[in-house]
Write a protein that binds this ligand. Sequence first.
Ligand SMILES: [Zn+2]
Length: 103
Amino acid sequence: MENFLLTSIFYALILGLIPAFIARSKGRNFKRWYIYGTLLFIVAFVHSLFLSDHSGICCPVCKKWINENATVCKYCHTVIADYYRDHPNTPIDKHEDDDTTLL
Ligand SMILES: [Zn+2]
C-alpha cells in the first residue's frame, strides 16, 4: 500500500513536467503549471494543448502576441520599430516569467 502511494506520487511528479513544458513554450509560468500538472495531470495536459501563445512581445496596436524579433506585426502589419519611434512613451509589453495569471 505504501509502495503504491509512493509510486503514484513519483509518477505524478514526472507527468507534471509535460504540461509545464508545453505551457512554458507558450509563455506561461513553469512552476505554476508544474504544480497544476502534478495535481491534475489530465486536465492540465489538455488545457496546456489549447493555450494561446503568449511568448514574445505584445503588438502595441492590435495587442496580439508576436515573435520577440519581429519587425512587422503579422496580424495588423504595424512596423514595430516605427510605432515605438512615433510613440516613445509606450511601454513594451513583453512576456515576464513571473506573471500572476495561470491562463
Ligand atoms: Zn498588431
